[in-house]
Design a protein around this ligand. Structure first.
Ligand SMILES: Cc1cc2nc3c(=O)[nH]c(=O)nc-3n(C[C@H](O)[C@H](O)[C@H](O)COP(=O)(O)OP(=O)(O)OC[C@H]3O[C@@H](n4cnc5c(N)ncnc54)[C@H](O)[C@@H]3O)c2cc1C
Length: 392
C-alpha cells in the first residue's frame, strides 16, 4: 500500500488548493472526494461567476497571488469583489483541478473513518479501501449546499481526533416568515433591512448569542465580535412566497440563532434617506397633487401591500416575524464547526494531533456575502497544504 506524504479528504475549494500547495513542495499527495468530479460546489458559486475573494478579506492579496501562481487564475475586481477574469466559475474549478492533477485523485470515494497509529494516519472509505499517510488534511466542508456533497462528514472525522464542534447552523440564507407573502412574490426593492430580537421590544444593548468568529489575526471579520441586535444591512431585498431573500437578508441570517422562545423580527425601511415625517409629507403631497402615494415610488405590488386599508403597515418599518432560514439546501455557508482555538492560526494544524490539518468551512468561521468564504477556504487550504507538504 502506498504511504502518501499528504492525504486530503475533500476536493472542494480548500482541498484542491491544499493539494496544489502540497504538490508544489514535492509531497506525494492523494485526494479522496465523495462526488464523481472535483470542485462541484465551486461551479455553482457567485451565480456561476465565482466571487472567490474580496479586497477587504483577510489575506486576500496572498490568496489572489497564490491562485495565480499555482493555477493561473487571473483576478478581476468589481466593487471590491474578486472574480476570475473569465467571470466563469467553471474555469476556476478546472484550473484548480489541473493544479492538483499531480495528486492521485480518488473520485466517488467517501471517507468514513480516520485515525492515527503512531506516526501514520489511516483512512477507511465506504467501499472498504484503506489509505495511509504522514499528514492528513480534513477539507470536507460543512453542511451548506448538501446537493454538492456536503453532509457534515467532517465533523465526525474531526471529533474522532478529540476536536470539539460548535453547533452547525445554516447561514447566508433566505429568511422564512410566519406570514403568507404570496401577494409580494417576485417583488425586488432596495431597502435597509434590520434584524431585531423579540417583536416590539427594544433590543438596543441586548446581545445576541451569536457572534462573528475572529480571523486568525484576531480582527473580527465584518462585524464586532459580539454584535448587539438590532443589526442592519442595505441592498436589494427579494420576496418569495414564504420569505425574504437578497444579499442584505442573507448577511443578516448569520445572526439568527433560533432557540426555543426566541422571536426575531425583520424590519424593512424602503426610504432610509427620509425621516418618517419627511416621508409622510412627501406622500401627502403626492396624494393631493396626483391622487397616489407609494405607487410610482415602489414596485406596484409592494406599494399596494403596504397601503392595504386597515393594516397599518409602514414603508419605513415593514415588519415580518422570522421563523427560520430555508435550510441546508439553500444556505451558502455553515456557521459553527471545529473550534478555531483548536488549530494553529498560521498552518491550521490541529493542536490536538500533530500532522492533522483542518481547513475551510469545516472550521468555525463564516463571513458575509462577497467572497469572504471562498477566500477563507482557499487561504486555509493553501496554508495547510504548504505546511503538510513541507513535512513530507
Ligand atoms: C450556491 C453557493 C454559492 C456560493 N457562492 C460563493 C461566492 O460567490 N463566494 C464565496 O466566497 N463563497 C460562496 N459560497 C460558499 C463557498 O462555496 C464555501 O464556503 C466553500 O466552497 C467552502 O470550501 P470547502 O473546501 O471548505 O468546502 P466545500 O467546497 O464544500 O468542499 C468540500 C468537499 O469535500 C467533499 N467531501 C465531504 N465529505 C467527504 C467525505 N466523507 N469523503 C470524501 N469527500 C468528502 C465534498 O463532496 C466536497 O467536494 C457559496 C456556496 C454555495 C452553496
Amino acid at each position: 500500500m502506498t504511504t502518501y506524504d499528504v492525504l486530503i479528504i475533500g476536493a472542494g475549494a480548500s482541498g484542491l488548493a491544499a493539494a496544489a500547495a502540497a504538490l508544489e513542495k514535492g509531497a506525494r499527495t492523494a485526494v479522496l472526494e465523495r462526488n464523481d468530479e472535483p470542485g462541484r460546489k465551486i461551479r455553482a458559486t457567485g451565480n456561476g461567476r465565482c466571487n472567490y475573494s474580496n479586497v477587504d478579506a483577510p489575506r486576500s492579496a496572498y490568496v489572489v497571488d497564490r491562485l495565480r501562481q499555482l493555477a493561473g487564475i487571473e483576478p478581476a475586481v468589481e466593487e471590491g469583489r474578486i472574480y476570475p477574469r473569465s467571470f466563469e466559475a467553471a474555469t476556476v474549478a478546472e484550473a484548480l483541478a489541473k493544479a492538483a492533477s499531480g495528486a492521485d485523485m480518488f473520485l466517488g470515494t467517501k471517507a468514513v473513518s480516520a485515525k492515527k497509529d503512531v506516526d501514520l494516519f489511516a483512512v477507511e472509505t465506504e467501499d472498504g479501501r484503506s489509505f495511509v499517510s504522514r499528514a492528513l488534511i480534513l477539507a470536507c466542508g460543512g453542511k451548506a449546499g448538501i446537493q454538492y456533497g456536503c453532509y457534515g462528514d467532517g465533523y465526525k472525522l474531526a471529533k474522532a481526533f478529540g476536536h470539539s464542534v460548535e453547533r452547525p447552523i445554516p447561514a447566508l440564507d433566505a429568511m422564512v416568515c410566519a406570514e403568507d407573502l404570496e401577494a409580494l412574490h417576485g417583488v425586488r426593492a432596495q431597502a435597509k433591512a434590520t434584524l431585531s430580537k423579540e417583536s416590539g421590544v427594544t433590543c438596543g444593548g441586548e446581545f445576541c448569542s451569536i457572534y462573528v468568529t475572529k480571523d486568525p489575526e484576531g480582527s473580527a471579520v465584518g462585524k464586532t465580535p459580539e454584535t448587539a441586535l438590532p443589526v442592519s444591512e442595505s441592498g436589494e431585498v427579494q420576496f418569495t412566497r414564504n420569505g425574504i431573500s437578497g444579499i442584505p437578508v442573507m448577511d443578516l441570517s448569520r445572526y439568527l440563532k433560533l432557540e426555543a422562545g426566541s422571536v426575531f423580527t425583520l424590519s424593512l425601511d424602503f426610504f432610509p434617506e427620509l425621516s418618517a415625517e419627511e416621508l409622510d409629507g412627501l406622500l401627502n403631497e403626492r396624494k393631493q397633487s396626483f391622487g397616489m402615494g407609494l405607487k410610482g415610488l415602489l414596485p406596484e405590488k409592494l406599494a399596494e401591500y403596504i397601503e392595504e386599508p386597515g393594516k397599518g403597515r409602514s414603508a419605513k418599518d415593514l415588519c415580518f416575524p422570522v421563523t427560520g432560514t430555508r435550510g441546508w439546501k439553500t444556505a451558502q455557508v455553515t456557521r459553527g464547526g471545529v473550534r478555531l482555538e483548536e488549530v494553529d492560526p498560521e498552518s491550521f494544524e490541529s493542536s490536538l494531533c500533530k500532522g492533522l490539518y483542518i481547513t475551510g468551512e469545516l472550521l468555525d468561521y463564516d463571513g458575509p456575502c462577497g467572497g469572504f468564504n471562498l477566500n477563507w477556504a482557499f487561504y486555509t487550504g493553501l496554508a495547510a497544504g504548504g505546511s503538510a507538504g513541507k513535512e513530507g
